[in-house]
Design a protein around this ligand. Sequence first.
Ligand SMILES: [Zn+2]
Length: 75
Amino acid sequence: MKDAMECYLCKGKMVKGNAPFSVDRHGYHIAWESIFAWVCTQCGEALFEENEVNHIQNALQQVDRETVALTLRVA
Ligand SMILES: [Zn+2]
């Protein structure tokens, strides 16, 4: 893994850190307080790597499934 990245917004230096991430989906909202991310030391932009994005997507898929089970009840 690289030690530094360049911010795609301001060209500032991005360092390893943590950033919150929240998403509004149909029927629920999820907010993670702290996910591994590259954080720009200049503008504060956070960039998640593919690994974290994959885990977020997997988590949302599971919550989607459970949400369907919770909200769709056949009489
Ligand atoms: Zn930046």
